[in-house]
Design a protein around this ligand. Sequence first.
Ligand code: GLC
Length: 512
Amino acid sequence: MQPEPWWRDAVFYEVYIRSFADSDGDGVGDLDGIRRKLPYLADLGIDAIWVTPFYPSPMHDHGYDVADYCNVDPQFGSLADLDALVGDAHAAGLRVVIDVVPNHTSSDHPWFREALADPTSAKRDWYIFRPGREGQPPNNWQSVFGGSAWQRDPASGEFYLHLFDASQPDLNWRNPDVHEAFHRVLRFWLDRGVDGFRIDVAHALYKDVALRDDPSGAERSPYAWDQDETLEVWEDWRRLVDGYDDRMLVGEVFLYDPERVAQYVGADRLHQAFNFSVARTPFDADAFRDIVQRSLRLFRRPGTTPTWVLSNHDLVRHATRFGGGEIGVRRARAASALLLALPGSPYLYQGEELGLEQSIVPPELRQDPVFFQSGRDGRDGCRTPLPWTDEPQGHGFTVGDAWLPFDKDAADRNVDTESRDERSTLSFYRRCLRLRRDVVLLEDDELTWLDAPDQMLAWRRGALAVVTNFADTAEALALDGDVLLSSADAPAMDSGHVTVPAATTVWLSVSG
Ligand code: GLC
């Protein structure tokens, strides 16, 4: 029998590099900062890290605007630092997945500069330039960050397409040279030993060949996203990656229809895709049951596996989505304990293991282009630096001035303080991840749902029973067993019943 691939049940941890750990005092996290914190990550009990972009960039979108795909921005370190990080991570038993951004480059990328400087150059067709319509953009597509998706190039009078910021021109995937260029990028990093790629906006790349207007005028034109031709790129990348041992591809397929997301993965496409429907699920028993069942049905199959995503650097942190404050954190822990017991790959986002909530960042300290361009709140609130200590100046993250302020609760919610408290969210995550490895993953994959009152979910996976009480009051269920873990206070066990506290998940070892 083939051994299971390493990524099938791996716990991934997203390192948002700017906000994780700063080794040189410039207030921005870096590669060496991550390397120094590997013991923390190994001890937490995760299997792999996904590191957000560290490439040379003007940072208009904080690194998702890449000006050179095969180098490291000096702000984040050097190629030698990347090699050292990968080497030390592997020695600590951790895999390293890095971001790749194929939909667009930075407008500072030499390819785009050449395309702008000389409209007759071959590079012009690496991007999507079109004449306007009576001085107006070529079609009605909207940029995700707000406004038209087209920017006029004053020199030629043509417009170029940018689904994100105007400083992020979209590449033309109908040009074979673009495919070749990315083959070289992938090989560059695979040869250096990275374990895989997180693919930025993996549902973009190809656009409608005629660039048709979207009659609905929707924020996301169906002609600009999720075109079938894009799937062929992932088949091609899969073949390339399969030429190496044991590497993986996970796509940021930002679609809320899991049936459609399922098209992106499989034995000859991506290994995994983020399951954003989970991050949209309210703290409600029926809603969770539905998404868990659908995800297992669609994604637990040979060649792929479900992913469980509650938070990341673009989303409002789930403790806040679930109500914020004490109850929000309590629900967040319950939801995490539910998902961490399932087959598949959980993706944790730095800081959720501390119970961090969305931070309030005052307007004068804002950084995110989404805040400035769209009228939406933007993403700064989930990107504030990770507090390592309670020290007010720098919180062990930096000896300088952090690029974004710390969360208001950083004096209590930080790695040091929580490490000393058995009841903290950090101690809970450590217990949870240890038990996942030692107990949960030894059970087989089949889930059996148990009868449970409204607002409770109960299921078994072999000798493990998992019970979540979504209600704001304690609820009882007929079940006998030994308590392995509780996301909050211990449940009461009495004459064949378990009474689960409000907004709590418990793991029990059961027999029979
Ligand atoms: C992805 C990233 C996001 C970025 C966008 C454009 O959604 O996660 O942070 O702004 O792509 O690259």
